[in-house]
Write a protein that binds this ligand. Structure first.
Ligand code: AQP
Length: 344
């Protein structure tokens, strides 16, 4: 298979306040990746339309997610930060990939089943089609690496299947147009570290999520120190002290989650954390976790608040990023058209 230059792409939906799960599973990883890679970080506003939405809220959320990107340390000069709808090649490629993806593949997507719930007939076609647009987001740049939380693993596998089928279906045309033996790379998910699936603070078996109705289920990046301390104090735990080894967390989802959060925030492993807290009661551990969380999120919160007051700057970052993104996406989309036999 052809070698593709390494390029990172990832996106976040502007559907509400970002939380600790988004930070540890995605944003913190985005910041780490920029040290070694060229990266595109996208506020995926078209994805946010797959559920009922308020237009003014979407505009504000798009700016808020961009502010969070920047506040976490993403360098918009070195990387490309933009909102998806500005680069129409995402939607254009999504149609082409719709004609490649198979219905049976989409029918297996668990996120659609969860989000559509019991009233599936009433879900938007966009929600069903979400993973194909996500494949287009990545493939329109021929990105090779995608840092995401564990919940996106199945969508990444689908993106690889779509890329592979496109490469197979059009191999003769791909070669005839001088694109070697593969047009798209098979994008690799990067799902690493001790907090790839941060769980709700109220229920260790449920993913921490923006849409959880309980305020105490998640820590928002904009929560102040008192709120963070309160939420961690109230986090559900069990009655046993902390174990000395990672194996001792088995069957203890809440304990496992809090230890994972501690490890990810402090850039260490769960084993490192347990070596210090073996035998501790949760009260002491929670105090240390609250201190660490406040220390890490406090400066991010302050910068988000500052940027939320400067829409003009945030909008200029998005506009500049979109131009840089389009400069990569357009020639790739033109080449897709050539391969598909579309006259341009
Ligand atoms: N709990 C989580 N733990 C680790 N990573 C997570 N991500 C989301 N939740 C967790 C990762 O954050 C990135 C952006 O997520 P998104 O906003 O695009 O999608 P989402 O999964 O829909 O976010 P939510 O919070 O769960 O929203 P709702 O409530 O609307 O469903 C992705 O890389 C994701 O893996």
């Amino acid at each position: 298979m052809a070698q593709f230059p390494e390029l990172v792409f990832s996106g976040v939906q502007p559907t509400g306040n970002l939380h600790l799960g988004n930070y540890l599973g995605a944003l913190k990883r985005f910041v780490e990746m920029q040290a070694t890679h060229s990266c595109l970080y996208c506020v995926v506003d078209l994805h946010a339309m797959t559920m009922p939405h308020d237009p003014e809220q979407l505009r504000q959320n798009t700016r808020a997610v961009t502010a969070a990107f920047l506040a976490c340390g993403i360098d918009a000069k070195k990387n490309i930060v933009f909102n998806q709808s500005r680069v129409s090649e995402h939607a254009e490629l999504a149609w082409a990939l719709d004609c490649v993806a198979r219905l049976g593949w989409l029918n297996r997507m668990t996120q659609f089943k969860e989000k559509a719930g019991k009233d599936r007939e009433n879900a938007s076609v966009g929600l069903y089609n979400y993973p194909v647009l996500m494949a287009a987001d990545i493939l329109v740049y021929r990105a090779t690496h995608v840092p995401v939380g564990d919940d996106q693993k199945q969508h990444l596998e689908l993106a690889r299947d779509i890329a592979q089928k496109f490469n197979n279906d059009f191999d003769a045309s791909i070669a005839a147009h001088g694109h070697g033996d593969a047009f798209f790379p098979l994008p690799e998910p990067l799902i690493q570290g001790p907090a790839t699936r941060v769980m709700s603070l109220r229920d260790g078996t449920k993913k921490m999520s923006k849409s959880d109705p309980s305020e105490y289920a998640h820590i928002a990046l904009t929560d102040d120190a008192d709120t963070i301390v309160q939420k961690i104090r109230k986090a559900k735990t069990d009655a046993e002290p902390l174990p000395g080894e990672v194996g001792g967390l088995a069957g203890r989802p809440e304990a496992d989650n809090l230890v994972g959060i501690f490890a990810a925030l402090g850039d260490e492993t769960k084993a490192d954390v347990l070596s210090r807290f073996a035998g501790s009661q949760f009260s002491g551990f929670k105090n240390a976790l609250a201190d660490l969380t406040v220390a890490k999120l406090g400066p991010i919160r302050a910068e988000i608040i500052r940027l939320n007051g400067d829409d003009a700057y945030v909008d200029s970052v998005l506009a500049e990023g979109a131009e840089k993104a389009r400069a990569i996406a357009r020639p790739n989309m033109d080449a897709v058209k050539d391969v598909l036999g579309l006259i341009r």
